[in-house]
Design a protein around this ligand. Sequence first.
Ligand code: PLP
Length: 275
Amino acid sequence: MNKQEISPPVVMVVGGMDPSGGAGLCADIQTLAAMGCHAAPVVTALTIQDTTAVEKFQLLEADLIQAQMQAVLNDMSISAVKTGMLGNSAIVSVIASVLKGRPDIPLIVDPVISSNKNDRLSEDSLTYSINQLLLPIASLISPNIPEAALLAGKEASAPVDADECAALLYSPDSRCECMITGTHAETSAVINRYYRQGSMLRQWVWPRLQFEYHGSGCTLASAIAAGIAQGLDMEQALDHAQRFVINSLQSGFKPGHGQHLPNRMYALPELSSED
Ligand code: PLP
């Protein structure tokens, strides 16, 4: 077989379109391409937003989302699936029913409920359907601390303890592991914690960067899916993905009036006028 015939691992990414190109499917496609995978993007929603705020969003009908997934699953060998913005419980339900029939495909769930500016990206609470339908079939869920608290059913005003949330999210019927990211915590460093069966296995401590970034959660979850699709085990994939994210953020840029965007193509050589 010549080089052109060898397909890179294919990762299905299920999420929303962000016209700023910072978050959602654009973030997923760039991350996967940069990490040597091919992205198969399934659209759940169009969002109207820029780097400052989300104005509104329009979800697709659940049967159209199911049909997009089925078309690709029937045609290609998929090495991992990553979900992001799903938008409502009917959409979570069809995605879960399609993926339930494919337990061979690792599923990474980024539980997107709001943007990191706290603008809503879902019509209903989503926590019940994510907990009941996606966690039992997922390999990993990657909430930030506020998302972990919501999924664990904690009161919004209560102090949040990542270990307690991870223990509440664990169910003995599920193989789902958990990575709770510390970007939204009020600590001077960012501490990301990895849990299996509700107990912490490892934590990573990263410097807190100066700016706010749009699309960092999407980038992380896609980078984890890329690592799994490339054959890494979960701990290696988490390690590799965090290094990819920190490099992308450190070489990020500010194309608009709001948040910075990660530069997921940081490793590409720069074009010079002699090229
Ligand atoms: N998916 C879409 C379509 C979005 O618009 C956003 C945020 O605006 C997200 C996901 C989550 O983005 P982040 O990675 O910044 O949490």
